[in-house]
Design a binder for this molecule. Structure first.
Ligand code: A3P
Length: 289
C-alpha cells in the first residue's frame, strides 16, 4: 500500500528493514534475560508493549532493576526495526541497553538469529484474526496516506501478502510452529480474559506482578488518553502515536468486509495452515460463557 517494499526470504519489507534484519542476525546475541515482543503489524503490538513494561515495573521480583523502564510509554520499547537506532552494526547499541533488554519486532522468526530459539530468551508473539488485522491496517494507511486504493484492492494485496511484514499467514505460522518456546497470545483472548493473560505473561517472564493494576493501566482508554496527553508524538516509522489507538475492539471487520471476503480469508487459512494444527478457531474465545 505504501510502495517501496522488497521481498526477502518470502516476506515483504522496506529495503532498510531488510538491511537491519541482516545486521541483527549477524550481531545480536540473545541473552537469557532478553524479552522479545514479536507481532505482525496491527495485531496488538502496542498493547503487548505496554503490558510488558507495566508487568515488569510492577513486578515484585527484586533481583533485577527495572528503573530504566519507568519512563517508557508503549512506543518506546526499543524496536528491532529501528535502523536509526541500531545502524549497520548494532552490537554496541544493543550491548549498552540495561537488563532486561526488551525488544519488539515485526520480523518473522526466521529473520531472527537461530540462537533466539536456544538462548533461553523469552519470546512473546501476539496475533489477531486476519479480518480485524486487515481492517486495522486499512484504517492506518487511510489515515497516514489518504485513500489511494479501494478497500477491495487493499484486501487483495493483504491476501497476496503484499503488506509490510506480509504475508500474514506465513508470519503467524512461523511463531505457531515454535510455540513450545514462544508464548503465543491472541488479541481476542487478551481482550476477553485480560487478567488471565497478564498472569500468564508475568509467569512466562518469571515474575509476579500487580495483575489488576497492569490491566487497568493498559486499558485501551488509558493508553489512548495517555498518548493524547503527551501530545503530537510521532513514532519513528512516521505514524503519529494516537494512530495506534483507533477502536480497540474485536469484530470490527463486520463493518467493512463482506461475507465473501471473510470466506476468502477462511479459505486462505485452510490452505496455508493445513496440517499445522493452526486454524482460525484460535481466535474464538469462550470468556463470556
Ligand atoms: P484497531 O485499529 O482495530 O482499533 P498495533 O499496536 O499492533 O499497531 O495494533 C493496533 C491495534 O491495537 C489497533 O486496533 C488499536 O486500536 C488496538 N489497541 C491498541 N491498544 C489497545 C488496548 N490497550 N486494548 C485493546 N486494543 C488496543
Amino acid at each position: 500500500v505504501d510502495g517501496q517494499r522488497s521481498r526477502y526470504k518470502g516476506f515483504w519489507f522496506k529495503p532498510e528493514f531488510i538491511t537491519a534484519s541482516e545486521a541483527i542476525r549477524a550481531h545480536y546475541k540473545p541473552l537469557p534475560s532478553d524479552i522479545i515482543l514479536a507481532s505482525f503489524p496491527k495485531t496488538g503490538t502496542t498493547w503487548l508493549k505496554a503490558l510488558t513494561s507495566s508487568i515488569l515495573r510492577h513486578s515484585s521480583t527484586t533481583h533485577s532493576d527495572h528503573d530504566h523502564l519507568d519512563h517508557l510509554n508503549p512506543h518506546e520499547v526499543v524496536p528491532f526495526l529501528e535502523i536509526e537506532v541500531f545502524g549497520e552494526n548494532p552490537s554496541k547499541e544493543i550491548t549498552e541497553i540495561s537488563s532486561p533488554r526488551v525488544f519488539n519486532t515485526h520480523l518473522p522468526l526466521s529473520f531472527l538469529p537461530e540462537t533466539v530459539k536456544t538462548s533461553g530468551c523469552r519470546v512473546i508473539y501476539i496475533t489477531r484474526h486476519p479480518a480485524d488485522t486487515f481492517v486495522s491496517l486499512w484504517h492506518l494507511y487511510n489515515n497516514k496516506f489518504g485513500t489511494e486504493i479501494s478497500i477491495r484492492e487493499a484486501f487483495d494485496e493483504f491476501c497476496k501478502g503484499l503488506v509490510p511484514a506480509g504475508p500474514y499467514f506465513e508470519h503467524v505460522l512461523e511463531f505457531w510452529e515454535a510455540r513450545d518456546r514462544v508464548l503465543f497470545v491472541t488479541y481476542e483472548d487478551l481482550k476477553a480474559k485480560p487478567e488471565e493473560n497478564v498472569r500468564k505473561i508475568a509467569e512466562f517472564l518469571g515474575c509476579k506482578t500487580m495483575v489488576e493494576k497492569v490491566v487497568k493501566d493498559c486499558s485501551f482508554e488509558n493508553l489512548r488518553n495517555t498518548s493524547k496527553e503527551r501530545g503530537e508524538g510521532v513514532h519513528w516509522s512516521g505514524t503519529k502515536y494516537d494512530m495506534f489507538f483507533r477502536k480497540g475492539v474485536v469484530g470490527d471487520w463486520k463493518n467493512h468486509l463482506t461475507q465473501e471476503m471473510m470466506k476468502e480469508l477462511e479459505d486462505l487459512a485452510d490452505l496455508k495452515w493445513r496440517g499445522s494444527g493452526l486454524d482460525l478457531n484460535i481466535f474464538n474465545t469462550t470468556a463470556s460463557q
